[in-house]
Design a protein around this ligand. Structure first.
Ligand SMILES: [Zn+2]
Length: 193
């Protein structure tokens, strides 16, 4: 897999910006505890925003490892994949996040580890929970070549639990249902239950 990183120029812009934030907060960017902070933040952003350097089509191509499956097409459900992301409104952590994916195979089954990698990569962007849910569904649809897909995401948002209205434990739930999942409430219940 190609490993895309931030360029030297991009890292320098992040470092300079973090230094300016520290100054604006009235702190001294030269003091012991802070002097490597801009460098560390640039390194962290390189990692946690890796998914911003790939399109959904590229992510689909990277993890398109399916095996053929003939015969009856029973529902496949993968529950509670742990992910982290950052909200685009506050660059705040979204945590305690669980992704559940369900689909009805149309001759193709994707490996569990690939579903986890797709969810991970989509979350490594400045995100909205609604868009995480839709991005995962879009990528799976490209790989599995079926519309019969459902994705559910739940999570806590640092910008809601640690500031503002401060409601720790308040979970946001989002889901996308397509094909048979859209038509059949019983099937949706099976996935969410
Ligand atoms: Zn936010």
């Amino acid at each position: 897999m190609v490993n895309r990183h931030l360029t030297e120029e991009q890292r320098n812009i992040i470092k300079e910006s973090v230094t300016n934030i520290l100054k604006a907060l009235g702190d001294d960017p030269e003091r012991e505890g802070l002097k490597d902070t801009p460098e560390r933040v640039a390194g962290m952003y390189d990692e946690v925003f890796e998914g911003m350097r790939y399109t959904n089509e590229e992510i689909a191509a990277l993890f398109d490892k399916c095996f053929e499956k003939s015969g009856s097409s029973d529902i496949v459900i993968v529950k509670d994949i742990d992910v982290f992301s950052y909200c685009e409104h506050h660059i705040a952590l979204m945590y305690n996040m669980k992704v559940t994916v369900a689909y009805i195979p149309k001759g193709r089954v994707i490996g569990l580890s690939k579903i986890c990698r797709i969810a991970d990569m989509v979350c490594k962007r400045l995100q909205l929970q609604e868009r995480i849910t839709a991005d995962i569904a879009d990528i799976l649809e490209m790989i599995l070549k079926t519309e019969d897909i459902m994705v559910a995401v739940e999570g806590e948002h640092g910008c809601m639990t640690s500031r503002g209205i401060k409601k720790p434990g308040a979970k946001t739930q989002t889901y996308v249902s397509r094909g048979v999942f859209k038509k059949d409430p019983g099937l949706r219940k099976e996935v969410l239950g």
